[in-house]
Design a protein around this ligand. Structure first.
Ligand code: FAD
Length: 446
């Protein structure tokens, strides 16, 4: 019976980063399971000209080890694209290229098993028993590990009931690119949602209206199409300093903070909004109808056969109905928590509320009884670590803390100055900048 030091469940950017960092910097025996048959990152939303919302430095490893073999820059070098990127001269990379980069890195790593779904995880006194179903061989195999890292990501949040037989016409945004061709010959398409995906799909459909006659409508609960906040000071909310500050607040204060910073995470890229507005304006010059509309303040309450959309204007509190031929639900994502987690671990761990498990600073679950076998979790962290917790910018930081815990010492040193602003009344770090700030504060009392 082989005992791994750590088993990772799910292989998105979070656990892929962990796999790369572990392989290069530790002798720990690690194995990662991914249920898909090969690596892909959100293939249904790799639309033309869409970009990541984080700089390329938020790759799998740079923030821990810029000299790593797995940096985005090394990917460019190995694939002969370094000069093209040099002249491209932008920090945000195409989403499709991010997927290519991740696939390149995943193909270099030997400790990943695809078509392998973790269907059960249990804890005994020796560690974790992970039962994996292999979709190719149709077999169940058990693996053993001292520690677990659950990186199962997120699944679409579907706010209304959708009948099974509607699924070709009413589906989550994550399937958009696969279904688009089937939609283009319909008469009316509705996009529901308030964030970046809704905006991108709305724009993409508008582009396809040049050669098709459908009308597209965008329905959003938002009172305004909100821009993603990208001011430099706001970006400091996506730093270790802020996450560590947030994580120490009381549960109630964290809940309040989350509502406040919602927009930071869920706004729409200003360029996308500008492109949409520009297109609408140019269309308004021609005698043809615009064939694209946006309803604000409007919540989708239910869908009936046909498809009739029952809507509610949230401010006027008025109900209304419209007819459409297809609905794309860009209504967000929610943590993907496997059933076995609830069944096997709910009673063993501490909870902050009915729905929120208690997670330590190092992303390990808090067990009621002393347990030397850590269970790290990389999804559903908003309540514990804040709106930035699962942002790609911080996935390397999360993994540094996890690896330090696994190694038993500070293998990765976290930079002491990660923001100019101080969030806590306590002094953060011992660096000269923070010290100077304290001196200035003291002096100002006199
Ligand atoms: C289109 C899109 C663009 C985004 N762009 C950004 C961005 O620019 N910046 C940003 O910060 N965030 C972005 N996000 C949000 C978030 O960062 C990404 O969703 C990111 O992929 C999360 O990474 P992850 O590894 O935690 O989870 P995921 O990427 O969701 O990966 C989880 C993996 O686990 C696998 N899995 C699940 N259960 C099991 C199981 N039981 N056994 C085996 N495998 C399993 C799944 O198949 C999946 O491959 C974006 C999200 C979307 C949808």
């Amino acid at each position: 019976m082989k005992m791994y030091d750590v088993i990772g469940i799910g292989l998105g950017p979070s656990n892929l980063s962990l796999a790369a960092l572990l392989e290069e910097s530790t002798g720990l025996q690690a194995l990662f399971f991914e249920e898909k048959e090969s690596f892909t990152w959100h293939p249904g939303l790799l639309l033309e000209e869409t970009t990541l919302q984080v700089p390329f430095m938020a790759d799998l490893v740079t923030m821990a080890n810029p000299r790593s073999e797995y940096t985005f820059l090394n990917y460019l070098k190995e694939t002969g694209k370094l000069y093209l990127f040099f002249s491209y001269n932008e920090f945000t990379i195409p989403r499709a290229e991010y997927n290519q980069y991740l696939t390149w890195a995943a193909n270099k790593l030997g400790n990943i098993r695809y078509s392998s779904k973790a269907v059960n995880v249990e804890l005994d006194e020796k560690g974790y028993i992970v039962t994996v179903f292999n979709a190719k061989t149709k077999t169940y195999i058990q693996y053993f590990a001292h520690h677990i890292v659950m990186g199962t990501g997120q699944v679409p949040n579907v706010p209304v009931h959708v009948n099974d037989e509607w699924r070709d016409r009413v589906f989550p945004a994550l399937r958009y690119a696969f279904k688009r061709e089937e939609l283009l010959n319909l008469n009316h398409i509705t996009v529901v949602g308030s964030g970046q995906s809704a905006a991108e799909i709305f724009f993409d459909l508008m582009e396809h209206q040049n050669s098709h006659s459908f009308t597209v409508e965008w329905i959003t609960r938002s009172p305004a199409l909100r821009e993603l906040e990208t001011t430099k000071f706001r970006l400091e909310m996506f730093t270790p300093a802020y996450v560590q500050y947030f994580e120490e607040l009381s549960f109630e204060k964290r809940k309040e903070g989350l509502a406040y910073f919602y927009q930071l995470r869920n706004g729409i890229n200003p360029e996308t909004l500008d492109k949409i507005y520009r297109k609408l304006y140019h269309r308004s010059l021609s005698s043809n109808s615009i064939r694209a509309s946006i309803r604000l303040h409007t919540e989708l309450e239910s869908i009936e056969h046909g498809f009739i959309l029952n809507l509610k204007h949230l401010e006027e509190e008025r109900s209304l109905s419209t007819r459409t031929d297809a609905v794309i639900l860009a209504t967000g994502l929610k943590p993907n928590i496997p059933h076995w987690f609830h069944e096997n671990f709910s009673h063993l761990i501490e909870w902050e509320s009915d729905q929120h498990y208690k997670v330590g600073r190092d992303y390990s679950l808090s067990f009621k009884e002393p347990n030397p076998h850590h269970f790290f979790i990389l999804t559903g962290l908003d309540q514990s670590h804040g709106t930035a917790s699962t942002n790609l910018k911080l996935s390397v930081f999360r993994n540094q803390l996890i690896i330090n815990k696994l190694a038993g010492y500070e293998l990765f040193k976290i930079e002491s100055t990660t923001s100019f602003q101080s969030f806590s009344s306590a002094v953060q770090g011992d660096d000269s900048f923070q010290k100077d700030m304290e001196v200035v504060r003291d002096v100002s009392y006199y």
